[in-house]
Write a protein that binds this ligand. Structure first.
Ligand code: NDP
Ligand code: HSE
Length: 445
């Protein structure tokens, strides 16, 4: 059941009366949580005017009571996270991360009648279905704008502003850590481990950065984006995921030489029939003149192509405490207004019954870099392998001569499964000495 709606002053004036107060319990006082607490305190008057009632922070739950947390009121810090989650505050903000503990806390908060705001993509990608169902049953809000692409307003535009259109593709850079690493590898030939340590120091990376570099963070965000864009329920398990751990500085340099930059892209698109959606995350070569190529550092950008709207692009800071806190506070204002009005936002739209397609059915272009024997007939033999799999070659470049030559082949889009089979066949050929690099390509004209 919805907890009692807060009484409204019929005069409509923004005063401090207790009847117009909205209580907020904050779970987590780390990179994001401490910024949320700081802004809540410093901007209390502005936020009260926008909400129509004061937001009162009732507690900030953490593990380590000794840690110094600038901006967080000392007297509100507690280590009783379960107690705070179930305290029945009007709004509980979950900024702890992870799936199991956070899932239990969010469930307890919803059961206590609190609206919940979270920045936790892993939780929403894995348990979003059941948490939405519980929020609906309880008549409360569950918002998580900050979970995808940090500060960028993206989930609300997808779920509300584009709700009357038919989305065909969502494609973008949604992980700041990997974009920061790939950008510095491209710009400075920087060392991978050193750059990852910088991303952690700057607060971009997850507590365990494996989720970032293995692509799982981006995959969770892709699942959330695809669910909203295609009005269905996509979970983390539905997303094909490859991270950047195998991307070498040689790959980055080779891409640069050919006029490309390597980006970790999250892509969700429909098949030609419109009855299936394929969701994937993988390193991708993007032409340097493509808008996504100029997205550097921890910035994120997401393209949405829709039937009537055409192409729309969202761009901004995708990680970091303060930018992410901005999105959390936006949700907080919306949920608080709803609370004061005794209403709630729209439920998640999951009516569509599109199939989740395997990566093999995605239409992909490839770049293939081979070392081959430099002999008559080898090129013909190799192109026959592509032809046998129904893959059309768009460009071939040969470098070097003598015993071995470097052969760079680019293809037109073909089913990903046909391209995988082609690579497998090439690896078995005597004339192919080494498959040096293989990468998917998007954005070529
Ligand atoms: P941090 O690791 O910096 O902060 C986590 C906070 O949760 C800490 O205050 C920690 O306490 C507290 N905490 C963890 N476990 C418990 C527990 N069992 N009981 C009580 N408190 C606990 O994480 P971030 O702030 O970076 O991330 C928070 C959420 O926001 C995550 O879901 C993340 O994915 C998401 N997010 C983060 C972004 C970023 O740029 N950092 C961007 C977008 C989303 P203590 O401080 O004592 O260790
Ligand atoms: N670790 C994430 C990133 C934080 O690097 O993008 C934002 O979700």
């Amino acid at each position: 059941m919805h907890s009692q709606p807060i009484a409204i002053d019929p005069t409509g004036s923004a005063d401090d009366s207790p009847a117009r107060e909205v209580t907020v319990a904050l779970l987590g006082g780390g990179t994001v949580g401490s910024q949320v607490a700081r802004i809540l305190t410093e901007s209390a008057d502005d936020l009260a005017a926008r909400v129509g009632g004061r937001l009162r922070l009732t507690g900030v739950a953490v593990r380590n009571l000794e840690r110094v947390r600038p901006g967080v009121p000392r007297e509100l810090i507690t280590d009783d996270v379960a107690g705070l989650a179930a305290s029945g505050a009007d709004i509980v903000v979950e900024l702890i991360g992870g799936v199991e503990v956070a899932g239990e806390l969010v469930t307890a908060a919803l059961q206590a009648g609190s609206s919940v705001i979270s920045a936790n993509k892993a939780l929403m990608a894995e348990k979003g279905g059941e948490l939405h169902a519980l929020a609906e049953q309880q008549g409360v809000d569950l918002y998580y704008e900050a979970a995808v692409a940090g500060a960028i307003p993206l989930l609300r535009p997808l779920g509300d502003s584009l709700a009357g259109d038919r989305v065909q593709t969502v494609m973008g850079i949604v992980n700041g850590t990997t974009n920061y690493i790939l950008s510095r590898m491209d710009e400075e030939d920087a060392d991978y481990a050193e750059v990852l340590a910088d991303a952690q120091r700057l607060g971009y990376a997850e507590a365990d950065p494996t989720a970032d570099v293995a692509g799982l963070d981006a995959a969770a965000k892709a699942a959330i984006l695809a669910s909203l864009a295609f009005h269905t329920r996509v979970t983390l398990a539905d997303v094909h995921c490859e991270g950047i751990t195998e991307v070498t500085s040689e790959d980055v340099a080779a891409a640069r030489d050919m006029g490309f930059v390597i980006k970790l892209l999250a892509i969700a698109d429909t098949n030609r029939e419109g009855d299936g959606v394929c969701v994937r995350v993988h390193p991708t070569m993007v032409p340097r003149d493509h808008p996504l190529a100029s997205v550097r550092g921890a910035y994120n950008a997401v393209f949405v192509a829709a039937e009537a709207a055409g192409e729309v692009m969202f761009y901004g800071q995708g990680a970091g405490g303060e930018p992410t806190a901005s999105a959390v506070l936006g949700d907080l204002v919306t949920a608080a207004r709803n609370r004061i009005n005794g209403s709630r936002g729209a439920a998640a739209s999951t009516y569509s019954d599109v199939r989740i397609l395997p990566i093999g059915e995605a239409a992909t272009s490839y770049y293939v870099n081979l070392h081959v024997a430099d002999q008559p007939g080898v090129l013909a033999e190799i192109s026959q392998v592509f032809a046998d799999q129904g893959v059309s070659i768009s460009a071939v470049r040969q470098e070097g001569q003598g015993d071995q030559a470097g052969l760079v082949i680019r293809t037109h889009p073909a089913p990903d499964s046909a391209l995988s089979a082609t690579i497998e066949q090439l690896g078995l050929m005597g004339s192919v000495k080494e498959v040096v690099g293989v990468m998917r390509v998007v954005g070529e004209q």
